[in-house]
Design a protein around this ligand. Sequence first.
Ligand code: IPE
Length: 256
Amino acid sequence: MMLVKLGGSVITDKMNYRTLREDVLFRLAGELARSEESVILVHGAGSFGHVIAARHQLQNGYNDPSQLMAAAQVMEDVRTLNLAVTSALNRSGLPAVSLPPSALVELREGRLDRLELGVFRRYLDLGMVPVTFGDVALDSRRGLGICSGDQLMESLAREFAPRRIIFCSDVDGVFTDDPVVHPEARMLEAVDRETLSSLPRSQRCADVTGSIFGKIETMLRIAAHGGDSMVINGLAPGRLAAALKGEKVPGTRVVV
Ligand code: IPE
């Protein structure tokens, strides 16, 4: 089984509210379909989630009634994105089923505490492609919170022990610095705990679920569950297809 995350920066234009990259999404759906692998797909929220979530501090929990409309708006927006993802999969011939964290997840102080994994298992066993995503979710301590795609990846990796875990990003892999701001930044072939501690903690745009630094920490925990774990460029045609086959592609391996 393959566990794949399509980062929000790949399938959306992260700088512009609710902007889908439809061509990229459709191409990636085709690459997944042609692989003929059994897949669980996770996608980020990109500009369908982070902008409003950050404005209303939803990642810090519920503390003001004005946040309810914001939470509802984020839920609506990420479901709009999710519908685009599942319909791209369906049109590519993959039977997708949407599993929204707002209904299936409980957080505890911002951390994923409970996920209805049995539902994923049963749809997967039937031959469908479970699709879940960064969303607003219930929090047993804080009322509400944000469940990121990376938290879902971690829980799903632990449960399903996938053969490969692939993160599709908007750059070739993990760099020594933000390659958009620092063109001299070097891509790392592999990242482990040691390389991680030498990386700068920069942040380019509103992201309520943490910088690349936090994401790599999560990836390292995920890689500990076995399986090849890597970050590739989802904007480069053919890379996801090649990575799914286990071919050597430009990217960064996450090693424990
Ligand atoms: C964020 O999920 C969820 C919301 C802001 C609602 P992710 O953290 O997985 O999204 P991306 O990949 O960074 O866009």
